[in-house]
Design a protein around this ligand. Structure first.
Ligand code: ASP
Length: 584
């Protein structure tokens, strides 16, 4: 080893020891007769002192030439520091250098490599290896490793075996486009990168492996929304001879284990709500339940009272914002502007102040009596001091808008505390959703999800009313996992492909292998996949998943460090038998 100890280890107890350290020069302070450096490695920072009187002259002189991020090895003696730094574990000591070896020089880094850096996002991504030297980035990667280890330990202890599935496959529809890879040996043919190992994990169940897991990369070519990665990691799992309840118990256990092990947080049984209830009460299927402000439908109370704006609408719906009756006119105008922004797209917002003295003041006083408004207050669960916010319009859009407003209000009121964890299950998803554009049904989860057995009979006559044995695991307003009990019957699977608009030939060509497998004794099975990147970020008390990925892509799907994607050599294209036409 080039060192006897690391840069985070030494304390006063080591005083007098001769040590060798290696690391990067983070900071240099040169007083002429004395020179200090902060020497950094993964484990911490140790101060090194070069002293004209006590350090050999050649070493002292060599130290004058050091620059930031030089890689050095030093030998010296642990001594007590005069001005101590309680922020650092090594803050009570320093090393009086007696020897210095330059291991490598460094160009001046393009940004400061410290906790607070002056480097912008793009620059830091371009030099990600330098960014990773910074403590917050490094700590996030260490944290991720801790989480994945805890996941592996839990699943192994519960009998799951880790199996790798191939990356060069044929399309698995999870609702996005595939990334494709041309095959040189099979000219004109392409592999698809897996959107998930869905069909493979099901085949492992047919193969009798019983409990499978994999921490696995998945690839989805979606139009990138903020903080989505084209390649991301899932904790992918599947179990045999289980019903929905068994899967929920098992993975509730996993998240509970992680919360306890990683955060020291104890959680009781996770609440469960149906998809329909989530939409009605929170306006979305991944509700943040760390706070209330649940929706109240106000159609009966607010329509046909002479306020035209509400009368014609499909839905009138409101929330009570705790303590916000104090809002000034200006603040309320701000909220109205906020909901009218194109990202939210609302036409307006009706507000009612439920004053501390029990009186009401609203934007619709002309149309509604205090009695009317008091009924709204009861319906939304408002108490004096609250502000009611009411929206109206087409059901789906209005729920979306109010849901966004609810989250915004929670943010403004400081109700989204990163160290509070409120997991829940959302269950009873519809099997299918109708898509106007393509004029056909889409699988809400994916085509392999089983209808509820008691709904099977409705599949022919009322497909849109069929619920699935599908479930999502939600944490603090984020979907962190989703899964289902699968179809294991070839005829039902065929019917499902049918409903989804696959011709028998297409279904055969794409999924013949699966339907064939189902004819060789496929057991009942089901599973789930958890999004590791998001889970780690949430457990880390942060929102941005990029910060927990060593080499993330930017919002245009580019890796700016290696500059990918990139054109390939004409010779490579020739080999692949691919001719490019100029972009349209
Ligand atoms: N394959 C699904 C997904 O990636 C998860 C599952 O059904 O297990 O969302």
């Amino acid at each position: 080893m080039l060192r006897t100890t690391d840069c985070g280890a030494l304390t006063l107890a080591d005083q007098g020891k001769e040590v060798t350290l290696a690391g990067w020069v983070q900071k240099i302070r040169n007083k002429g007769f004395m020179l200090w450096i902060d020497l950094r490695d993964r484990y911490g920072i140790t101060q090194v002192i070069f002293d004209e009187e006590r350090t050999p002259k050649a070493v002292f002189d060599a130290a004058q030439d050091l620059g930031r991020e030089y890689v050095i090895q030093i030998r010296g003696k642990v001594i007590e520091r005069e001005s101590k730094n309680p922020q650092l574990s090594t803050g009570e000591i320093e090393i009086l250098a007696t020897d210095l070896q330059l291991l490598n020089a460094a160009k001046v880094p393009p940004f400061t490599i410290e906790d607070q850096t002056d480097g912008g996002e793009e620059l830091r991504m371009q030099y990600r290896y330098l960014d990773i030297r910074r403590t917050p980035v490094r700590e996030n990667l260490v944290f991720r490793s801790k989480v994945t280890l805890a996941v592996r330990n839990y699943l192994s202890a519960h009998g799951f075996i880790d199996v790798e599935t191939p990356y060069l496959i044929k399309s698995t529809p999870e609702g996005a486009r595939d990334f494709v890879v041309p095959s040189r040996m099979n000219s004109g043919q392409f592999y698809a990168l897996p959107q998930s190992p869905q069909t493979f994990k099901q085949l492992l169940m047919v193969g009798g492996l019983d409990k499978y897991f994999q921490i696995v990369k998945c690839f989805r070519d979606e139009d990138l929304r903020a903080d989505r990665q084209p390649e991301f990691t899932q904790i992918d799992c599947e179990m045999t001879f289980v019903e929905q309840e068994d899967v929920l118990q098992q993975f509730e256990g996993l998240l509970r284990h992680l919360l306890l092990e990683i955060k020291g947080v104890e959680t009781g049984p996770f609440p469960r709500i149906t998809f329909a209830e989530a939409m009605e009460k929170y306006g979305n299927d991944k509700p943040d339940i760390r706070f209330g402000m649940t929706f109240a439908t106000l159609n009966d109370l607010a329509q046909n009272k002479g306020f035209n704006v509400f009368d014609q609408q499909e839905l009138v719906v409101g929330i009570a914002v705790p303590g916000a009756a104090q809002y000034t006119r200006k603040q309320i105008d701000g909220l109205i502007d906020w909901v009218k922004r194109p990202q939210i797209g609302a036409n307006g917002l009706v507000w009612v102040k439920y004053n501390d003295d029990g009186s009401f003041k609203s934007s619709v006083d002309k149309f509604y009596s205090a009695d009317d408004l008091s009924q709204w207050a009861t319906a939304t669960g408002a108490v004096p001091g609250d502000l009611l916010l009411v929206m109206a319009g087409e059901t789906h859009a209005t729920r979306n808008q109010l849901s966004a407003l609810r989250m915004e209000m929670a943010e403004r009121l400081g109700l989204r505390q990163p160290n509070e964890f409120a997991p829940l299950w959302v269950v009873d998803f519809p099997l299918l959703e109708w898509d106007d554009e393509s004029q056909r049904y889409h699988a809400m989860h994916h085509p392999f999800t089983a209808p509820k057995p008691e709904h099977l009979a409705m599949l022919e006559k009322a497909p849109e009313s069929v619920n699935a044995n599908a479930y999502d695991l939600v944490l603090n307003g984020n979907e962190i996992g989703g899964g289902s009990i699968r179809i294991h019957d070839a005829a039902v699977q065929q019917r499902m492909f049918d409903l989804l608009g696959f011709s028998p030939e297409e279904a055969q060509a794409q999924f013949g292998f699966l339907m064939e497998a189902f004819q060789y004794g496929a057991p009942p099975h089901g599973g789930i996949a958890l999004g590791l990147d998001r889970l780690v970020a949430l457990l880390g008390g942060q929102e941005i998943i990029r910060d927990f990925i060593a080499f993330p892509k930017n919002n245009s799907g580019r890796d700016v460090m290696i500059d990918a994607p990139a054109a390939i050599d004409p010779a490579q294209l020739d080999e692949l038998n691919i001719t490019l036409t100029p972009p349209k």
